[in-house]
Design a protein around this ligand. Structure first.
Ligand SMILES: NC(=O)c1ccc[n+]([C@@H]2O[C@H](COP(=O)([O-])OP(=O)(O)OC[C@H]3O[C@@H](n4cnc5c(N)ncnc54)[C@H](OP(=O)(O)O)[C@@H]3O)[C@@H](O)[C@H]2O)c1
Length: 273
């Protein structure tokens, strides 16, 4: 029996009392969240790792020192939520932590992208975190935590990245309102807004272009983002901006008229392309 088979408790539902759910756990920030939470949380909690590809989820699982359940699900598909709901109803776990992290984005003008690309972004960045939160909340209790991955892009409309920035604004707004709604239940809701990170989120061409542009100054390391985020969550913070660049944009977004800022961003992004 190899380490993965030993860890994977898919066929052993009785053991799953206390669970941590992480979406987008197969790479980038989601994998970094899984590794860091593995070090911080009691071993009694089973990690449910969600992404489409089982092989890369297995790679994440192999780095963890606890029982895991791999859920290779496409969160843009309604049947994935039906399946998740059935698992929750059957196993009736206590969800200690839900990290709504999976997301996608492509740079470029809105009208240059296909209908299917727009649908996928809406389904994954907006619909999936809302639906998963809705399914998870009945299984959460006092001191459970809900964490959303938004982005610095949430603070301003972004010509050249319009739908992605808008989807992240929606998550930011949703998380902040939900954190007040859930305060009486003692469920802590937080949202993290990282700067760009050179993960699989970007193609290799996009990474190369990034390194050549002024935007390279804003790049953050996913492990550092996760560390800062989890420390801030433990201190009770609800809005977490992990980098200096992001903090500056957050302040600017409240001081300078949005119409000026969008024009400046449009000029800068047309210079980059
Ligand atoms: N990288 C950045 O610059 C940056 C900056 C700020 C915020 N963020 C946010 O950080 C989060 C994580 O991004 P990342 O940088 O870690 O990107 P990433 O390395 O591309 O990771 C995305 C994760 O989401 C999963 N995923 C993608 N489509 C999915 C689908 N349809 N159903 C289920 N899972 C899916 C991927 O696994 P599969 O491919 O196996 O499904 C992967 O595990 C996203 O919400 C992103 O918006 C990223």
């Amino acid at each position: 029996m190899n380490a993965l088979q030993k860890n994977n408790v898919e066929n052993n539902p009785q053991e799953q009392k206390s669970v941590v759910i992480i979406t987008g756990a197969s790479s980038g920030l989601g994998r970094a969240f899984a590794v860091a939470l593995d070090e911080r949380l009691p071993q009694t909690a089973v990690f449910w790792l969600i992404a489409r590809h089982k092989d890369t989820l297995e790679e994440t699982a192999a780095t963890l020192n606890r029982d895991v359940r791999l859920l290779p699900l496409d969160l843009t598909l309604p049947e994935s939520f039906t399946k998740l709901n059935a698992i929750l109803e059957k196993e009736r776990p206590v969800i200690r932590y839900l990290v709504n992290n999976a997301g996608e984005g492509r740079a470029g003008n809105f009208e240059n992208e296909s209908f299917d690309a727009h649908k996928s972004l809406c389904d994954l960045n907006v619909r999936a975190p809302l639906l998963l939160t809705s399914l998870a909340l009945p299984w959460m209790e006092q001191a459970s935590r809900l964490l959303f991955t938004s982005s610095v892009a949430a603070f301003l409309p972004q010509p050249g990245f319009a739908s992605y920035a808008a989807s992240k604004s929606m998550i930011l707004s949703f998380a902040r309102a939900l954190s007040e709604e859930l305060r009486p239940r003692g469920i802590h809701v937080a949202v993290t807004c990282p700067n760009p990170m050179m993960t699989d989120f970007f193609t290799s061409e996009e990474k190369e272009a990034f390194q050549k542009s002024y935007k390279r100054l804003s790049i953050e390391d996913p492990d550092v983002v996760v560390q800062k985020t989890l420390e801030a969550v433990e201190r009770g913070r609800r809005l977490i901006v992990t980098g200096g660049w992001g903090k500056a944009i957050h302040i600017i977004s409240r001081l300078i008229p949005i119409s000026w800022m969008t024009r400046i961003i449009a000029k800068l992004s047309s210079r980059d392309t």
